[in-house]
Design a protein around this ligand. Sequence first.
Ligand code: AVJ
Length: 333
Amino acid sequence: MAIHRDPFGARSFLKLPSDAVVDLAARRAFYDDVIAGLASSPRTLPCKYFYDERGAELFQQITELPEYYITRTEIGILRVHGAEMAAALGPGIELIGLGTGAGTKTRILLEELEDPRVYVPIDISKEQLENSSARFRKMFPKLDILPVCADYHEPFELPLPRKLSTRSVVYFPGSTIGNFEPDTATAFLQRIVDLAGDGGGLLIGVDLQKDRQIIESAYNDSAGVTAMFNLNLLARINRELSANFDLTNWRHDAVYNERDGRIEMYLVSARDQGVRMQDRQFEFARGEKILTEHSYKHTPEGFAMLARKAGFEFRKLWTDDQRLFGVFYFEVL
Ligand code: AVJ
């Protein structure tokens, strides 16, 4: 076990396994975001930090929970309507995958597509990107696969493909768009318009508004996996930023805000307590909440309108029998 200097001052030291690679710029950004979130009122922490190694593992478990309908419903829609989707997207396309992770859904889509030419997976996890690209090269030997390791919230360049394609289609599955506030969602979709270019398209998975009990049980599962997922954010802050959150003093809560159509996920302080992070100290009152995630649920009309504001024309919507989840196809106006 090697001891590394804590990058943020001489006060504290961080123990890391000797093979751990620490991205100092990324850690500084994490630190700054945590300080800003805890100093604001109401207090918040950004949901993008859920996904360290343990968090990604817990999220994988969430997708398999009986209450969490999202992942299995989206996969079901792809299985039933994949051929129709492929017909809408057309032959010979370049597919650009945003945050496609292990690629389970993308694989189903690629198998349906007629003569896809280029696949550009964009993911923040280098490891997942390398693993899935290697597997996809074996499964689709004719496809020009050009992985890009990037945080798609930030600007990035597309690689130059070696093959001509008829059009570019961005694929954004998983209802991750739900983490964006409506105005930032529009701004983000505007960037996707630029990415897809003239004649381009967007195939996107979106969770739909429905009875609150279905939604709330998906985010308050009986096995407590979502609670562990939420609390892992504090464990990560302890680990990576030398804080001392006592995880037994925090509880998970998720409530559906019907007016705004969103799940609000919180960490609730179970008592009055102080938390130290390096040279900073934060006081929390009993019952005080930290907002950790907004997960928006849209209506079909509302989402089509939001995409239109960004420059996308609605083409098609595929759903399941219960209309729990929607896969939308748009084209650049
Ligand atoms: C990955 C954003 C789609 O909002 O359902 C799952 C994350 N949070 N359980 C979602 C999440 C709590 C998930 N998304």
